[in-house]
Design a protein around this ligand. Structure first.
Ligand SMILES: NC(=O)c1ccc[n+]([C@@H]2O[C@H](COP(=O)([O-])OP(=O)(O)OC[C@H]3O[C@@H](n4cnc5c(N)ncnc54)[C@H](OP(=O)(O)O)[C@@H]3O)[C@@H](O)[C@H]2O)c1
Length: 309
């Protein structure tokens, strides 16, 4: 009996390789829960993986599922699961989340507060985990001047707001269309691209104390110049980091519930805001990824499944 749908691809390429396939309803194993997905965040990783950027050979050995994060309702418990019940609303990291159902480790999920919609909750896990990690790695302190590259993107937005919450002054690179929005959050916007060092020096003559690179577009040399060295520069998007002596961070280093102990109250009180750039029903995943690949988002794209919020 088929009772689930999942977005998958069997060859690398553009959004057209994505298909919404009937799959077996997954059963949770020990320590796992099954979540009926209500919303799933779209990430640049989904598109890069689908294009084969992380592939070593010609084609995937088996169909690849899509998605990294979701919100939804627990609809089955595996053996030895404590703390969750069928019907609980949750969100968290969830590989293969672009689907109607996904099985995830129970210990990695976070209870969805009633004040957040499923769409809002699905937009949080990857961006908040990554941004919180970067701000901790940079050891951002009150009074620091922090430069955030791609400050209007999902990760950059949260990193900027977490740094502001720590009492830092934040300068954020963004396209002109996002400057007023960033300013409304308390971020000092500057245009990215050629001449960035001069634009930052014009408002921060002594340079900056720390740099978060959420752009990955060859900004490490100018970051080192502005920070006076690579020690307090961290990238999450530039594979050439080691060549510059810069720290790169590629994966979570804390359990998600621990991240949200700090970050969720900030979201609930409005200190950290995550705009929803667009929502698409699961069936329109190709259009959602096409929009993601335009590269100029303000916040998150979210896929929706099941009943509306
Ligand atoms: N290492 C990790 O653990 C990890 C985790 C999550 C994400 N990532 C990576 O981090 C990057 C950001 O992810 P995201 O989800 O925040 O992406 P996103 O939401 O798609 O944001 C993209 C942002 O990039 C900005 N941008 C476009 N062209 C730019 C340029 N030439 N210079 C500087 N910024 C430019 C855009 O700004 P404007 O709209 O203002 O033009 C947009 O806001 C991606 O490469 C992603 O794969 C890594």
């Amino acid at each position: 009996m088929t009772a689930a749908l999942a977005v998958r691809y069997t060859e690398y390429g553009g959004p057209a390789v994505l298909t919404l396939d009937a799959v077996e309803l997954p059963e949770p194993g020990p320590g796992e829960v099954r979540v009926e997905v209500r919303a799933a965040g779209v990430n640049p990783f989904d598109c890069k993986a689908r294009r084969g950027l992380y592939a070593h050979d010609g084609a995937p050995a088996e169909p690849v599922r899509v998605g990294l994060e979701c919100s939804g309702v627990v609809d089955a418990l595996g053996p030895d699961v404590e703390g969750w019940a069928v019907g609980d609303a949750v969100f968290g990291l969830a590989p293969g989340s672009a689907a109607t159902h996904v099985v995830v480790p129970a210990a990695g999920m976070v209870a969805k507060p009633g004040g957040l919609t499923f769409v809002q909750a699905a937009a949080l896990p990857v961006a908040c985990e990554t941004a919180y990690r970067v701000v901790r790695l940079l050891d951002v302190q009150a009074g620091d001047v922090v430069l955030v590259h791609a400050a209007a993107g999902a990760v950059g937005l949260v990193a900027s707001q977490l740094a502001l919450a720590r009492g830092a002054r934040v300068i954020g690179t963004a396209g002109a269309a996002n400057h007023d929005f960033l300013a409304s959050l308390g971020v000092e916007p500057v245009l990215y691209g050629d001449g960035l060092a001069a634009r930052v020096h014009a408002i921060a003559p002594d340079g900056v104390d720390a740099v978060a690179d959420a752009s990955g577009r060859d900004v490490l040399p100018v970051s080192i110049e502005l920070a006076g060295g690579p020690e307090r520069v961290v990238t999450i998007a530039d594979g050439s980091a080691s060549q510059y002596g810069v720290r790169a961070s590629w994966s979570a280093d804390l359990p998600l519930p621990q991240v949200f102990e700090t970050v969720l109250p900030l979201v609930e009180q409005g200190t950290v805001r995550m705009p929803i750039a667009a929502t698409f029903p699961l069936e329109q995943v190709a259009a959602a990824q096409e929009l993601s690949e335009t590269g100029h988002l303000r916040g998150k794209i979210v896929l929706t499944a099941g009943p509306p919020d």
